[in-house]
Ligand binder design. Structure first.
Ligand SMILES: Cc1cc2nc3c(=O)[nH]c(=O)nc-3n(C[C@H](O)[C@H](O)[C@H](O)COP(=O)(O)O)c2cc1C
Length: 162
């Protein structure tokens, strides 16, 4: 059997043709709230309700998720591109002057999103450069609005008919 090896740049380029939504995964850390823009988010199981997220091993948010054992998936609305860019950057305090609330577990929940899912980590797997976290969804809520999308390194504010 022949195998083809592709490099990271080519893989990023090709997989970037898969349109995704955009989320900010938030958690807490003794130093303060943490968050990362993440599109590697997938529904996994309906009963029990579970989803998975993939976080880079270099990500500071990943370490905080390991320590806390919990995370929140904040699904961004079409007008939240600036938020996606902010949480995709390395910055000391991504939450500065940002409207957010804190849930019963002390985790931040961003304002203005179209959906929120609070999760407890039930498993972590090694996926290579990224860790795969399986989260049991303990609470979920949604709000009216249209989603933010990501395609070929560009943000798309999705405009739904009707
Ligand atoms: C649209 C978009 C989606 C992203 N999805 C992921 C993802 O699913 N997992 C991940 O580890 N990084 C993802 N990133 C990159 C992180 O947001 C970025 O590396 C961030 O700086 C990590 O922050 P932290 O180290 O403070 O946690 C994405 C970036 C963008 C712009």
């Amino acid at each position: 059997m022949s195998t083809t090896t592709i490099g990271p740049a080519e893989f990023r380029n090709v997989i970037g043709h898969f349109l995704t939504g955009v989320t900010v995964v938030t958690t807490r850390h003794p130093t303060g709230p943490q968050g990362i823009t993440a599109s590697a988010v997938t529904s996994l199981s309906v009963e029990p309700a579970r989803l998975l997220i993939c976080l880079n091993r270099q990500s500071s948010t990943r370490g905080a998720v390991v320590d806390t054992g919990r995370f929140v998936v904040n699904v961004l609305a079409a007008d939240q591109e600036a938020l996606a860019r902010r949480f995709a950057a390395k910055s000391i305090d991504k939450f500065a002057s940002l409207p957010f609330s804190v849930d019963a577990h002390g985790l931040p929940r961003l304002a203005g999103t179209i959906a929120t899912l609070g999760c407890r980590v039930v498993n972590e797997f090694d996926g290579g450069s990224h860790s795969i976290f399986i989260g049991e969804v303990e609470d979920a809520a949604h709000a009216p609005g249209t989603p933010l999308g990501y395609f070929r390194s560009r943000f798309i504010g999705v405009d739904l008919p009707g």
